[in-house]
Design a protein. Structure first.
Length: 134
């Protein structure tokens, strides 16, 4: 697992975790040869969509569109990964923002347009906790 640091107050090294073959997640209906990485959210910048402790499956090969939640490397901070929403496409890369603006400025408002090479992938599923039924 890789922990996603989503707020500036939580900065630390992220440890690369194992990759999960998608055949374990047949319900995703993605090609079996795609490989994904698991991530755990550790900050509150994406509230209410994502909470600390949420476990995500991220695909590096999935196409990113405006409105998608993505995982990206933080510019100028070695080893720090962020989970943000892709707001708009620019010539140089993506403009990424937090859903919870009150959590601090650790998105494109602070570091500008994020180059494509720093985008790790698109979140394709949240597998824990399971959605609640009403």
């Amino acid at each position: 697992m890789i922990c996603l640091d989503t707020t500036p107050a939580i900065v630390g090294p992220n440890r690369a975790g194992g990759e999960v073959a998608l055949q374990r997640f047949r319900w995703l209906r993605e090609p079996r040869h795609w490989r994904c990485t698991r991530f755990v959210v550790t900050g509150d910048s994406m509230l209410p969509a994502l909470r600390p402790g949420d476990c995500l499956v991220v695909s590096a090969s999935a196409r990113i569109r405006v409105g998608d939640v993505v995982v990206a490397r933080r510019p100028h901070v070695e080893g720090l990964l962020l989970v943000k929403r892709a707001i708009r496409r620019e010539d140089d890369g993506w403009w990424l923002l937090s859903d919870n603006g009150a959590a601090g400025l650790d998105d494109s408002r602070a570091f500008g347009v994020l180059p494509d090479v720093l985008v790790v992938g698109r979140v394709i599923a949240r597998y824990y906790p399971r959605p609640r039924r009403f």
